[in-house]
Structure formats: structure tokens, C-alpha cells
Write a protein that binds this ligand. Structure first.
Ligand SMILES: Cc1cc2nc3c(=O)[nH]c(=O)nc-3n(C[C@H](O)[C@H](O)[C@H](O)COP(=O)(O)OP(=O)(O)OC[C@H]3O[C@@H](n4cnc5c(N)ncnc54)[C@H](O)[C@@H]3O)c2cc1C
Length: 472
């Protein structure tokens, strides 16, 4: 079986590894390094940047733990210097190294990688325009099946043209060589909140322009409010119920004009207003591949498009724009294509994290969604403030929240707000995936003292309420 994959991000390269493992002859067409935008521009760079910002947690809590650095003892705000060029070099080096590692794994699996831009020209054919590194020219690749995994691009506004210097897209951030004096972030989703977290820690004045009455409007409300509170304590200004109509550069400053006539000026403006599926020039219309009203490719639970030999995975389907979802869709597509037993993707068990400080990690059903759809759930929330590990670390902001179905006690979802919520969500994610009950989650050992202990305690409380006891 021959498979042609267009796009080398997590949707594409994970599919390539599975298909090669199952004996297919696989070619990946990609227009940049393997790992795609995920590794080169989005997930890996932003999380590396945030790792530098996390160094401030140590600085911030050290004095209260009885550790003083020379010259800093007694200072409420420690003096520090942020070396942004070094941070940005580290970000770039790490992204390139990660891309190279993926390239080696994919090549070792016997996959052919072609550097070029692909266009689907038939149900079984992709035309590749080679990029300079591969000698130029055009090549036609034939496959029994094709996987589209072309990802997404930052959403743009005609009235807010980015210039890469003062008015920035999320990918322009890495060109900065000095910490902005005043960064105005337009767009209150995960990406905006993560960059706001980093630059606030680096010492920038940060203003967050949000169109609703709170930041992270699609997230668990309690979780968003914790992060909003921490942001405000650290000096971030939030302008709420504010829609940007236009952004312009005036001299070396950026000005955001709001729909209600107000203006906000900063040294830099960062636009984080979402992502759009990357389908331009792919040849979808000619082939009759169905797209939705925002132009994303429509797929079923096993990643099939409306054309039987063509699958799609990742952001190009705009189902849930996450690297883990892209990878899962890509793997499922190949299992299905290559005749393996496969279950459709479980949208009710997807886990996600927003890497603010504290982080917000969620999985499965949210309280908000349960209320909107009328799904009956029992909810228990346990603040971290009582957790011994949180007290020792002086990191008390956050909570664990669990949702269980009444009667059965099956865990339907959860949220964790904590320093390393991205790791702490794992047991709740496993409970959702395997339909464990609150009492089963409560009976699994957790370490004492640990943040995870709060998950166990929360599960115990919920099991007693829903199942009558946590012992069965
Ligand atoms: C700032 C930011 C931070 C993020 N952080 C996280 C995170 O921490 N965790 C998480 O799970 N998700 C995160 N995401 C989302 C995540 O990056 C995406 O969901 C993920 O990259 C999707 O993978 P993909 O394989 O669909 O596409 P991509 O990673 O975008 O890869 C697609 C590749 O295909 C290439 N391509 C496009 N068209 C063609 C063509 N015609 N021919 C050849 N190649 C083509 C593209 O250039 C790209 O290299 C973040 C997103 C942003 C914007």
C-alpha cells in the first residue's frame, strides 16, 4: 500500500510512523522541517519561552522559603535581568533540534520525505512543487491513499496588518530582541494568555484586550478566574468587553482602536485571534472534498473525508486544534486505512492544557458544557490551599475539579489548576478514557505529599457523594 502525506506536523509525521510500521510505502511532503508549525513555531517554541519565564517562580518564592540571593535579601521585587536574545536563541535551537530528531525517526522508519508544497490533483495523486533544497521542479506522487495534514495559520484581520516589528502575529514574537516596554495582547484565548504570562514575567507592562467579560471565555470559569486573579496581582491590566476594530502602527508604537471608540497604545501589539485551517492551493474544490463554513476539511471519526481515498488529520480539520488531537487523528486514519481494528476518536475524552502560571489542564466534559447540554453531573472542587505539597512550595493558587455521572460515579471530566497541571491531569485523563469511577480513581495510590494527592482526595469526596462510598 502506498500512502502520500501532505504536511509534516504531528498529524502527518505520527501517521507516517504508524503507516511505515504497518508495512506501507510512505512519502511525506512538507514545506519546512518535520514537526511542522507545532515544533518550529507554536507548541515547542512557546513552551520553551515559558520555561524561561518559570524561572521567576523560584525567584518569587525563594525569600518566603528562607532563601535569599546576594543583594536581593529583603527586596520585595527582586532585581533581575532578562537576556531575551539568549532566550530566543535557545527557543530556536531547541525547536530545530526537535525537528531534526523527528526527521531522524521518520527516516529510520523508511519514510521518504520530500521538501516541497503539495497539491492534490486526483483521488490518488499529489503534485509536488519542490522547494529549493530539493532541486526545484515538479513531481507527481501516486498513492493508494492520501492524508492531508497541512495544519493552520494565524488568523489575520484586514484592519490589523502585522509588520513583524511592532504589530506582531504569534510567530513574530520570536523576532523580538528586547522585552517590550508595553505589550498589548489582542485575543483572550490560550495563545494570548500564554504569551501574556511569559512577557509579564519578563518585566513588560501587559494589557490584555478581551472581547468578553473574562479571559479564556471557553475555559472552565473557575479556572479562568484563578488565572485572571493571578494576572492582576502581577500587574496585568485587562480591558474587558472590548472588541478591536483596527490596529495600526503610528511611528514606533502600536495603537488598538476598539469598536466602542476607545484606543489602547503600546510599544507592541500582539494579535492572538485564533487559527484558520490551511487549505489554500491544496486543490480541495476541484476534487469535491467537503469543507465546513470556515473552510476546514470535514472528516468522520476515523479521519475520512468525503473522497474515499483521502483522509485528513489535525488543524486542517479544525476539530480541536491541539498537537495531541492531530497525532491521534493521523494514527487513527492509518489504522483504518491499513485494516487495523480501530475505534473512532473519543471527543469526550480529549485533554488540553493552557500553559499560564498556574496552568489550566482540562479533560472530557466541562461544567459549562454539561449545563449547556443538560447532561447530569455531580461536581466536586477541592482548592489546592489545603494540599501539604502546595503549602511547602508556597504555590497555593489553584484547585482540582472532578465531574462524575450520577448513579454510576463514572468520571466524565475534570480540571486542574496548578503549577504543573499539564502533568497532573494524567490520572483524570486515564479515568475518562477508561470510564473509571470516582471510587476507582480514589483507590489508586498517589504519593504523599504531592499535588496529585488532591486528585485522590477530590475523587474520594465525590465517590462518597455519588456512589455512597469510595471503597468499591
Ligand atoms: C502559539 C501556539 C501554541 C500552541 N501550543 C500548543 C501546545 O502546547 N499543545 C498543543 O497540543 N497544541 C498547541 N498548539 C496547537 C498545535 O500547534 C496544533 O494543533 C498542531 O500544530 C497541529 O498539527 P498539524 O499536524 O495539524 O499541523 P502543523 O503542526 O501546522 O503542521 C503542518 C505542516 O504542513 C505544512 N504545509 C501546509 N501546507 C502544505 C502543503 N501544501 N504542502 C506541504 N506542506 C504543507 C506546514 O507548513 C506545516 O509545516 C499551539 C498553537 C499555537 C498557535
Amino acid at each position: 500500500m502506498r500512502v502520500v502525506i501532505v504536511g509534516g506536523g504531528p498529524g502527518g509525521y505520527e501517521a507516517a510512523l504508524v503507516a511505515a510500521d504497518l508495512g506501507a510505502e510512505v512519502t511525506v511532503v512538507n514545506d519546512e522541517g518535520l514537526g511542522g508549525a507545532c515544533v518550529l513555531w507554536d507548541c515547542v517554541p512557546s513552551k520553551t519561552l515559558l520555561t524561561s519565564a518559570q524561572a521567576f517562580n523560584t525567584l518569587e518564592t525563594a525569600p518566603s522559603l528562607g532563601v535569599h540571593f546576594e543583594g536581593m535579601a529583603g527586596l520585595e521585587v527582586p532585581r533581575y535581568e532578562v537576556d531575551l536574545p539568549t532566550i530566543m536563541h535557545r527557543v530556536r535551537d531547541l525547536a530545530l533540534a526537535q525537528s531534526e530528531d523527528i526527521g531522524k525517526r521518520v527516516s529510520a522508519a523508511g519514510v521518504r520525505v520530500v521538501l516541497g508544497r503539495g497539491r492534490v490533483v486526483g483521488p490518488h495523486a499529489v503534485e509536488v512543487r519542490h522547494l529549493a533544497g530539493d532541486g526545484g521542479g515538479v513531481e507527481r506522487l501516486e498513492g493508494d491513499a492520501i492524508l492531508l495534514a497541512t495544519g493552520s495559520d494565524p488568523r489575520r484581520m484586514d484592519t490589523a496588518p502585522t509588520d513583524g516589528e511592532v504589530i506582531l502575529s504569534s510567530q513574530d514574537v520570536y523576532k523580538l530582541r528586547e522585552v517590550p516596554e508595553h505589550l498589548v495582547v489582542v485575543g483572550a484565548g490560550a495563545t494570548g494568555a500564554e504569551y501574556a504570562t511569559a512577557f509579564l514575567r519578563f518585566g513588560a507592562q501587559v494589557t490584555f484586550v478581551v472581547s468578553r467579560d473574562r479571559i479564556l471565555p471557553t475555559e472552565d470559569r473557575d479556572a479562568a478566574l484563578v488565572v485572571e486573579d493571578v494576572f492582576e496581582r502581577r500587574g496585568l491590566r485587562t480591558v474587558k468587553n472590548a472588541r478591536a476594530a483596527k490596529v495600526e502602527r503610528i511611528g514606533d508604537r502600536g495603537v488598538v482602536h476598539l469598536e466602542d471608540g476607545r484606543t489602547i497604545e503600546g510599544s507592541h501589539v500582539l494579535l492572538t485571534i485564533g487559527q484558520v485551517a490551511q487549505t489554500s492551493g491544496l486543490g480541495l474544490e476541484e476534487l469535491g472534498i467537503r469543507t465546513d463554513k470556515v473552510g476546514a476539511v470535514i472528516v468522520d471519526g476515523v479521519s475520512r473525508t468525503s473522497v474515499p481515498s483521502i483522509y485528513a488529520a489535525g488543524d486542517v480539520t479544525a476539530k480541536q486544534m491541539l498537537a495531541s488531537v492531530a497525532a491521534m487523528q493521523g494514527r487513527i486514519a492509518m489504522y483504518h486505512l491499513l485494516g487495523q481494528a480501530v475505534a473512532p476518536l473519543r471527543w469526550d475524552a480529549v485533554a488540553a492544557t493552557i500553559f499560564t502560571d498556574p496552568q489550566i489542564a482540562t479533560v472530557g466534559l466541562s461544567e459549562q458544557r454539561a449545563a449547556e447540554t443538560g447532561i447530569q453531573v455531580e461536581v466536586d472542587t477541592l482548592p489546592l490551599a489545603g494540599n501539604p505539597r502546595a503549602k511547602m512550595s508556597n504555590r497555593l493558587d489553584g484547585f482540582v475539579k472532578l465531574l462524575a455521572r450520577p448513579g454510576s460515579g463514572t468520571i466524565a471530566g475534570g480540571a486542574v489548576v496548578a503549577g504543573y497541571a499539564s502533568d497532573l491531569i494524567a490520572p483524570i485523563s486515564e479515568a475518562c478514557a477508561n470510564r473509571l469511577t470516582a471510587s476507582q480513581l480514589a483507590q489508586a495510590f498517589q504519593i504523599y505529599p504531592s499535588f496529585a494527592g488532591s486528585i485522590q482526595e477530590c475523587a474520594r469526596r465525590l465517590a462518597v457523594r455519588v456512589q455512597g462510598s469510595y471503597r468499591y
